[in-house]
Structure formats: C-alpha cells, structure tokens
Design a protein around this ligand. Sequence first.
Ligand code: IPE
Ligand code: IPE
Ligand code: MG
Length: 271
Amino acid sequence: MDFVEARNLPGHVGIIMDGNGRWAQSRGQPRAAGHREGAAAVRRTVRLARRLGLRALTLYAFSEQNWSRPEEEVDALMQLLRDFLLGEREEILDNGIRLNAIGNLGRLPALVRAVLDPLRRDSENNGDMVLTLALSYGGREEIAYAARELAKAVAAGRIKLDDVTTDSLRSHMPSLSVGDPDLVIRTGGERRISNFLLYGLAYAELHFADVLWPDFSESDLFAAIGSYQRRERRFGLVGAAAAADAAAAAVSSPIESALAAVTGAITRIAI
Ligand code: IPE
Ligand code: IPE
Ligand code: MG
C-alpha cells in the first residue's frame, strides 16, 4: 500500500505524458491507438489529482515541435483532444475545475478551438483545481514571448530597462500563472525535459516513471508524490539538518521559514 502525506502535497504538478506511440507499436497497433489509450490515462489522472486536492495540474499534451509529426498522427491527436474536451466538459464544470490552456493556441485547428474556448470561458470561475493543457507549447517559445513583451514595454517607455527582472519575465509566462511547478513527472523512460516549462523548472523536483503513459495508474501518481514528499527542497539554502542547528543557535533565524517549507506534516492518506 502506498501512502502520501495529506499536508505536504505538491501544489502544482506537471506531467510530460510520453510513450503513447511505443505502447501502440508494442501491440502492433497504429500510434493513434496509443494516443486513444493515453486519453483514458489523462481522465484517470485528472480525477485522482482533483480527489487528492492538488491546486494545479499541467499536462504536456502537444508540443510546438510535435506539429512536425506525420499529418495523419497530428490529425488523430487533434480529434482526440476535441473528444476529450467534449467528453470531460460536464465533469470539469461539476467538480470545480478551471480548464486552462497554454501555448501557441492560434495554431490549433478550428475543431479544437470550438470546444476549448467555451470550456475555458465557462469554467473560469471554478476555483478548486486548475487543469492546464499545454498545447502547441514550447518552453523556449514561452521565454521568447515574455522577452518580446518586456522589450515592447521598454521600447514604448512603459517600463525601464532595470524593470526587466526574473519576476517581470515570469509575469509574462502563462505557464506560471499558477506558480512554479513543484513536481514534474515524465513517463515513457526518457530522462529529458523536451521543452516543457523551462523557466519554471528552476527548483522543481523531477520524477521519471518507467511506465508508458497509457499504463500510468493511480499507484504511479502516488509513487511520484511519495517520492516528492521524501525529498528535502533547499532552494539554494542549507540543508534541514544544518538549518536546525543554526535555528537552535539563533532563535529567530531567517532559515526558519525555509525549514517550515520543507518539513511536512505526518497526516497520511492511505490508498
Ligand atoms: C506522447 O507520446 C504524446 C505526444 C507527444 C503527443 P508519444 O507519441 O511521444 O509516444 P512515443 O514517445 O513515440 O512512444
Ligand atoms: C514530449 O514528448 C512532448 C509531449 C509529451 C507532448 P516527445 O515525445 O515529443 O519528446 P521527445 O521527442 O522524446 O524529446
Ligand atoms: Mg515521445
């Protein structure tokens, strides 16, 4: 049985959902069959994330680079995306989920926009969990976009050059409107980031699950969260043990807030 601590959950989890094609190929099926099973894994994962009480879940569904795949595969993915949005609409609305999308949405076909845009609008006041779909998304592209926005503001005299800071850059990155990712999971076996959330990844915890995305189960998500909860996040500060010594030496140490951030509660959810 897996346990996760109820009070030390990652607030924002990102998932690089990889391995659909290999899942299908290993069964002698077309890649699209893997994407269809992948959509079922998305449904399971969204439900569990909501049940657990995650604040934000960002799913890497289609990268800017994925447009260069064979047209037939891209078309199948767009149709599946539409089916997913139509099929999950009621559940998203009924469960307090806000559906958000990031990426170069202008490249998406009308058949996707026709269902994506109304769902974003109709769910915008939901506040229990933000489900962000990264669609036609690239981390480098997002950084370039933020840089362009700031450059325009400098050129127009609205801000000064010194106002170009890590925080002002971040404020122009839609992927970080829900905060930095705390935990990023990649399935499929590769140990790489593939242009996902580059700027926000600075202090994210990474978890590589050696399972193809269509096989990603509830217990795999719990294993990832459990792994996250056993780690010590230091954010460039000193370790918790050293921090405890320092805190004992100086009663009101600035390290205490960092300590509080890395010390989880012991309430546990049994699965
Ligand atoms: C992830 O699975 C889905 C998308 C990138 C759209 P892949 O299609 O990349 O599957 P593999 O990596 O080829 O197995
Ligand atoms: C990353 O997977 C993109 C998504 C999961 C949407 P890819 O399959 O496109 O990444 P690479 O090609 O293995 O780096
Ligand atoms: Mg892949």
